[in-house]
Design a binder for this molecule. Structure first.
Ligand code: 5GP
Length: 117
């Protein structure tokens, strides 16, 4: 199924992005509104709106996002200092783009999280 979201448009080069990695399974690009010195989004090329729509046979889609983010962290030299990965789901999770994606945040000591707003 075609990803009609903003991220699908980035994958198809219909809108620009600062792409840092791409393979046949996923794309990674810098977030337009970074929440840390490093803030990269990892997006699968398989169209899945939310984590609630992920089927068991698609679990490797998320595994690939995590592996790509960890590999990027090592390649960029901040893996040992550490980083955070986040996936938001629906309203309470703060999801705004309905194609699953993983946030990689790094480059500073990040505060704790999980406080209701
Ligand atoms: P969500 O809130 O769905 O977990 O994350 C969506 C992310 O997409 C946000 O962090 C937001 O800053 C980012 N974003 C929204 N529009 C654009 C855009 O046009 N380009 C890029 N690179 N990131 C975007």
């Amino acid at each position: 199924m075609t990803d009609t979201t903003l991220f699908g448009k980035i994958i198809r080069r219909e809108i620009p992005a600062d792409i840092v990695f791409e393979d046949e399974h996923l794309i990674a690009f810098r977030d337009i509104a970074p929440q840390a010195p490093v803030h990269v989004l990892f997006v699968p090329k398989t169209s899945i709106a939310t984590l609630n729509d992920l089927h068991e046979e698609e679990a490797q889609v998320v595994g690939r996002l995590v592996f790509a983010a960890a590999t990027y962290a090592k390649q960029q030299g901040f893996a040992e200092d550490g980083y955070r990965i986040v996936m938001n789901c629906n309203a309470h999770g703060g999801q705004t783009v309905f194609q699953i994606h993983l946030h990689l945040l790094a480059g500073a000591h990040l505060g704790r999280f999980g406080v209701p707003v």
